[in-house]
Structure formats: structure tokens, C-alpha cells
Write a protein of this length. Structure first.
Length: 397
């Protein structure tokens, strides 16, 4: 089948919700993917922060193949060792109390919101307010798009669930004004990803923690984009020294096999009883076999130290590009291997030009180039992408 035939089929059959780039990908290898013509692309998007071990990592392929040969799925009415192992690892790494597995980020956040509401309801039926941040992104189910502090994701989907309020990110006074004993939860990304790679002040997150303690509100960190080693520690909350009551994960947790998880402190988790939540596929053996590989490799301190080093190196190269093209680049920001380059104009043409030259990068929030590559990137990979970006910037300057 030709690419044109695939585009035609897609236009005819698939809901037109994605603004896709016109390439058909065929396979991947490490940090590279190949299209149907054999053209090679260096992949610094990694399936949007998903392919943390790159493409076709041998340990991941082995674990998934072996598990597929044994049992792909069984219901949560029974136990499996792979699920028990994955849960144990997450509890150990997070220092929290109980985990629940779902299938996606939105579903993880949906579960976290449910648990927070249930916990708060146990204190008072009026304690239901969920506070999130402007420019946040928490998913596309009805509750999570309501939690998402961006009207463009909400328009046309009303009536939205009640009880959600929004405050500017990194603005502690706004949060102080908004909170009360009726606040059930504050839900934040420790670095806003989709909203444009915004890193908050550590003092802000510390104060958020204090306010949640004061009002007995559940602090939920959405680490769907920032978790699983992305910032150079397994959870980004470790970088800030602020521990949430619930943390949510998805994306990279099983290296590309669909999975989501929320992990809660024992105190909050105690609000859920049999029948309060569930999932047919959540935590199935295939996803958990993959997650076990990811958890073993990425919780390693040398692995994480390398993410930090590579992130610092890439940031320094992006800073150089900023000084070379100040008319195009406003700011470089981020932590570890979640990096953003804010442009003075929309980024889509630059992304397209990079793609043309064999580099997959992404633009979010209209004008922020976002780099969330596989966590196995080397200096050579970073140089390859930055060299392409530099050439493209020259053409646009
Ligand atoms: C911070 C954050 N939360 C939630 C989600 C939603 O995850 P999913 O697309 O797996 O539902 C995303 C996806 O980009 C995200 O970045």
C-alpha cells in the first residue's frame, strides 16, 4: 500500500482529531524511527515522552514477547505475579502506600480525582473542590478535561462536572485565596509539559504542600509526563523535595505498552473499598511485564544520573542556539530530558523543517519547541538533533 493510500484511508475512516504530519512510520531502532521509504529520523519526541527506553529495547521486547507467549491478559478477579511485582516496585520507589493500575494518563488522573473526592467526602460532604492550574493538562475524559486549565479543551463538552477551580501556576497567593476547608484536592504537574514546559519554584511547591496539610486537602501530582526518570530522578517531586499524597503516572511507565497508575498514601488510599474503582485491562500481565523492565532499568541511580547529564548537555546546546538567534528564541527551560525552547513565533514550520531534515521534535502551546526524547540518548544523538535545529534556525532567521 502506498503512503497516499494510507492517508486516503485515514481521511475516510479515522476521526479527524489529530493534526498529523504526512509521514508513515514503519519501524524503530533505539533513538531512531524509519518511514515506509526507509528514511531515518532521530526521534526526540519519543511517542510524546513514552518511549523512555527507545524503540525495540531488547529487554523490553524479550519481556513482552515472553509474557505474550504465556498470557496476555487475565482479569483483576485473579492475582498475577507480574502485577504484584510492578506494584511493589512502585511503592518502594515512591514511598507511598497503595497503587492502582489503569491504561492511560487520563484514566490515572480520573482515578486520582475519584480517590481524593472519596477521601474528602469522608471528612465532610461539602469538601469537594478540586483546584488545578491555568495552562495545565490532565487528559481528555470529561473529568480530566475539566481539570485541565485550558478552555480550548473544554469548549463544546458541557455541562462539565462541578467543583473545579483554577489558579495561575506558580502563584502561591492565588492558591491561598482559593483554598478553604472545602478544598478536596490540589492537582498540579510538577513541571507543566503540554502547557509549554514551565518549571515552578521549589518554594511554591513547598508552600502548596503546607497549604494542603493545613486544610487536609489531598495534594495530587500529575507526573504523567514528568515521571519515570524524565527529569533525572524517578519522580520529579523528588527534585523539589515535596511529596504528594497521590502521584499519577502513565506514558513511559511500560515503555510504550499502554498503562497508567495512581499511587496514594495509605491514609488517602484507605478511602477506597472493594467496588469503588476498577478496570478490565488495568495492570494486565502484558503491561506489567513491560513496566517491570522499565522500573528495574530506570530506577537505577546511574541511569538517572545520565539522564541528568544528558539533559544539562542538551540545555547548554539549546542555550547556545538561543544566543545565536535571539530574534527567534525567547527562552530555554526545563529539567533533565524535558526541555522547552520558547520561540518568538509559532513553531510548527520549524518542526516541519526539522522533520524534512530527519529530526522529530514537537511544538506545544503554539510556540514552545518541546524535547522529550528517549532517556537513553547520548551526546552524539543530542548533537545530531541540535545541529539540525541550528541549520533550520539559520533558514528561519
Ligand atoms: C501531564 C499529563 N497528564 C495527563 C495526560 C493525559 O495522558 P493520556 O493521553 O495517556 O490520557 C498527559 C498527556 O499528554 C499529560 O502530559
Amino acid at each position: 500500500m502506498t503512503d497516499e493510500q494510507i492517508y486516503e484511508k485515514d481521511a475516510r475512516d479515522y476521526l479527524p482529531v489529530f493534526a498529523r504530519y504526512r509521514i508513515v512510520l514503519d519501524h524503530g531502532d533505539g533513538v531512531y524511527v524509519y518511514d515506509t521509504h526507509g528514511k531515518k529520523y532521530i526521534d526526540f519526541l519519543g511517542g510524546i515522552a513514552v518511549n523512555v527506553l527507545g524503540h525495540n529495547h531488547p529487554a523490553l521486547v524479550k519481556a513482552v514477547s515472553e509474557q505474550a507467549g504465556k498470557m496476555i491478559h487475565c482479569s483483576n478477579l485473579y492475582y498475577t505475579q507480574v502485577q504484584a511485582d510492578a506494584a511493589e516496585k512502585l511503592i518502594k520507589i515512591s514511598g507511598l502506600g497503595k497503587v492502582f493500575f489503569g491504561n492511560s494518563g487520563a484514566e490515572a488522573n480520573e482515578g486520582a480525582i475519584k480517590l481524593a473526592r472519596k477521601y474528602a467526602h469522608g471528612i465532610s460532604p461539602d469538601k469537594s473542590q478540586i483546584i488545578t492550574a491555568v495552562h495545565s493538562f490532565h487528559g481528555r475524559t470529561i473529568a480530566t478535561l475539566t481539570a485541565t486549565g485550558q478552555p480550548k479543551y473544554q469548549e463544546g463538552f458541557g455541562p462539565l462536572p462541578a467543583g473545579f477551580d483554577y489558579v495561575p501556576y506558580n502563584d502561591i497567593e492565588a492558591l491561598e485565596k482559593m483554598m478553604s476547608s472545602n478544598t478536596a484536592a490540589v492537582m498540579l504537574e510538577p513541571i507543566q509539559g503540554e502547557g509549554g514546559v514551565h518549571v515552578p519554584d521549589a518554594a511554591y511547591l513547598e508552600r502548596v504542600r503546607e497549604l494542603c496539610d493545613k486544610f487536609d486537602a489531598v495534594l495530587i501530582f500529575d507526573e504523567i509526563q514528568t515521571g519515570v526518570g524524565r527529569s533525572g530522578s524517578f519522580f520529579t517531586f523528588e527534585k523539589f523535595g515535596v511529596k504528594p499524597d497521590i502521584v499519577t503516572l502513565a506514558k513511559g511507565l511500560a515503555g510504550g505498552v499502554p498503562i497508567g497508575a495512581f499511587i496514594a498514601s495509605d491514609k488517602v488510599a484507605a478511602a477506597f473499598h472493594a467496588g469503588d474503582h476498577g478496570s478490565t485491562f488495568g495492570g494486565n500481565p502484558l503491561a506489567c511485564a513491560a513496566a517491570n523492565v522499565v522500573l528495574d532499568l530506570i530506577s537505577d541511580s546511574d541511569f538517572l544520573a545520565n539522564v541528568e547529564d544528558m539533559g544539562a548537555y542538551m540545555k547548554s546546546r539549546l542555550e547556545i542556539i538561543k544566543t545565536e538567534y535571539p530574534q527567534l528564541v525567547k527562552e530555554v527551560r526545563g529539567m533533565g530530558l524535558i526541555l522547552g525552547m520558547e520561540l518568538t513565533k509559532p513553531g510548527r514550520d520549524i518542526v516541519n523543517a526539522c522533520l524534512e531534515k530527519g529530526a522529530i521534535i514537537n511544538c506545544t502551546a503554539g510556540n514552545v519547541l518541546r524535547f522529550v526524547p528517549p532517556l537513553i540518548v547520548t551526546r552524539q544523538h543530542i548533537d545530531e538533533v541540535c545541529d539540525i535545529l541550528e541549520k533550520v534556525m539559520k533558514d528561519f532567521a
